[in-house]
Write a protein that binds this ligand. Structure first.
Ligand code: ATP
Length: 239
């Protein structure tokens, strides 16, 4: 069965003007799980993450995190509750150094000592960032920028991490490395909701998964089961 739900979306609708981007989405994430959300371009995956993190507003429905209704909560208050989003396209602050980017991740905190410790911990986890701690982020490679974006999210000490297409534009070896990092972060106690176009990797890493098509969840279940289904193979796993 599903573990104690940490996050739940109930009948969530999102409109961008005339565009109905999410159509009654129901989704739960259990404590400690890795959940993948897959779907084609424009299916509404990013919108789902943005609705959770409070960047876009649900027009109706309910989003609950650890028993609290966060549907209409301000984005910075949602971060304070322990939800961190790693945005699509690894938007790091291009003109700031690695260290400065990580410090920006801790903007909601004021425990200097804790921030310092977490900064060291993130640098230990990402030796490549440690070597480049004073490098300007805009000059990092794509994979390094993705690590920095994940590191910056870790600086908020999240209990739930939302990742938006972390594999995008990365070479296969780096994709493997990023996914291994995600698994490691999960093993250390962070619950993960992962949005991916790389359905193969996303289904490999997840316990359960959801398939989104034009704003609706059309399939859900244990990731292993989904990856064996013909319609999933055909549409998302290249036959
Ligand atoms: P991709 O994999 O291409 O990033 P996605 O599954 O993440 O796609 P969304 O970015 O959530 O999809 O977009 C869902 C729908 O909402 C699309 O039709 C998109 O054009 C539309 N949309 C997204 N953001 C906006 C916006 N700010 N204004 C208007 N329409 C938007």
């Amino acid at each position: 069965g599903i573990k104690q739900p940490v996050l739940s979306l109930e009948d969530v609708n999102v409109h961008y003007g005339a565009i109905w981007a999410l159509k009654g989405v129901n989704l739960t994430v259990g404590e400690g799980e890795i959940i993948s959300l897959i779907g084609a371009n424009g299916a509404g995956k990013t919108t789902t993450l943005r609705a959770i993190s409070g960047i876009v507003r649900a027009t109706s429905g309910r989003i609950t995190f650890r028993g609290e209704d966060i549907t209409r909560m301000a984005a910075h208050d949602i971060v304070k509750r322990g939800i961190a989003q790693v945005p699509e396209g690894r938007r790091v602050f291009a003109n700031l150094t690695v260290i400065e980017n990580l410090e920006m991740g801790a903007y909601i905190r004021n425990d200097k000592q804790g921030i310092k410790e977490d900064l060291e911990r993130v640098l230990e986890r990402f030796p490549r960032l440690k070597e480049r701690r004073n490098q300007i982020a805009g000059t990092l490679s794509g994979g390094e920028q993705q690590m920095l974006a994940i590191g910056r999210a870790l600086m908020t000490r999240p209990s739930l991490m939302l990742l938006d297409e972390p594999s995008m534009g990365l070479a296969p070896l780096l994709v493997k490395e990023i996914f291994a990092i995600i698994e490691e972060i999960n093993r250390e106690g962070t619950t993960i909701l992962l949005v991916e176009q790389n359905a193969r990797m996303a289904l490999q890493i997840a316990e359960r998964a959801y398939v989104l098509e034009t704003g609706r969840i059309v399939l859900e279940g244990p990731a292993k089961e989904l990856s064996r289904r013909e319609e999933v193979k055909k549409a998302y796993l290249g036959g």
